[in-house]
Design a protein around this ligand. Structure first.
Ligand code: G3H
Length: 258
């Protein structure tokens, strides 16, 4: 049986200002119990402008909710207007940072090379990257979902040493299932997640592959999370829309009760 602790991460995307963020995290914290935290790791990936507020709340109330950002710069510092470095996120005690979310790849032209540089920057600053991968609809329809996704995994991990790679989180998010209400069938998601684990074994070792947490993302809700989490190679969810509703996100965290 897997010893991987499930990671349920809410990606708020560009939602909730710093005041709304406090209210939302307080609501989550009020609902969650030690039993929840013993079974599942809970994280929120928030807009940069929310980080300080969330940090203050988490620190002040000694909350067990982890937090992080949705992107970081590949650079450490310098003339990169509008960018936020890994060092800055680390200073705010972020645990996680998403890298290569499909919305970054699509709207900001992030390539596998850029994602690879960001994965390295995250590790360099003590952050755990959540590397997002997944195919567009036409790629799936052409039968190339696995090959496409594995290319992204390999590209994102290029020259990343094993001692870092073993702590990465990979989120498999088929682009056509994001925010559309169309969930990837649990068996289809398992097929790709198993292939990702196989690729990690090929690139590193089976022992390392067995340690890495692989999330599924794409229209996850309380009503479908149990079936997704029942798959052998799925170790959590990266949740967009449903994470903005505290009650729904709590249901996802309590997937064993659904
Ligand atoms: O990062 C989260 C994913 O993009 C999934 O978003 P969604 O749950 O709204 O489909």
């Amino acid at each position: 049986m897997s010893t991987r602790t499930p990671l349920m991460a809410g990606n708020w995307k560009m939602n909730l200002n710093h005041l709304e963020a406090i209210a939302h995290v307080q609501k989550l914290a009020f609902a969650l119990t030690d039993k929840d935290y013993d079974a599942v790791e809970v994280a929120v990936l928030v807009p940069f402008t929310d980080l300080r507020s969330v940090q203050t709340l988490v620190d002040g109330d000694k909350l067990k909710i982890k937090y992080g950002a949705q992107d970081l710069s590949a650079h450490d510092s310098g003339a990169y207007t509008g960018e936020i470095s890994g060092a800055m996120l680390s200073k705010l005690k972020c645990s996680y940072v998403a890298v290569g979310h499909s919305e970054r790849r699509q709207y900001h032209a992030e390539t596998d090379e850029v994602c690879n540089a960001k994965v390295k920057a995250a590790f360099q600053h003590g952050l755990t990257p959540i590397l997002c991968v997944g195919e567009e609809l036409e790629v799936r329809e052409a039968g190339n979902a696995v090959a496409h996704t594995l290319t992204q995994v390999e590209g994102g991990l290029k020259d990343v040493p094993a001692e870092q790679a073993e702590t990465i989180v990979i989120a498999y998010e088929p682009v056509w299932a994001i925010g559309t209400g169309k969930v990837c069938g649990a068996e289809d998601a398992q097929e790709v997640c198993a292939a990702i684990r196989g690729k990690l074994a090929e690139l590193y070792s089976q022992e390392l592959a067995d340690k890495v947490r692989i999330q599924y993302g794409g229209s996850v809700k309380g009503g479908n999370v149990a079936e997704i989490m029942a798959q052998a190679d799925i170790d959590g969810a990266l949740v967009g829309g449903a994470s903005l509703d505290a009650d729904e996100f709590v249901k996802i965290i309590r997937f064993r009760d659904q």
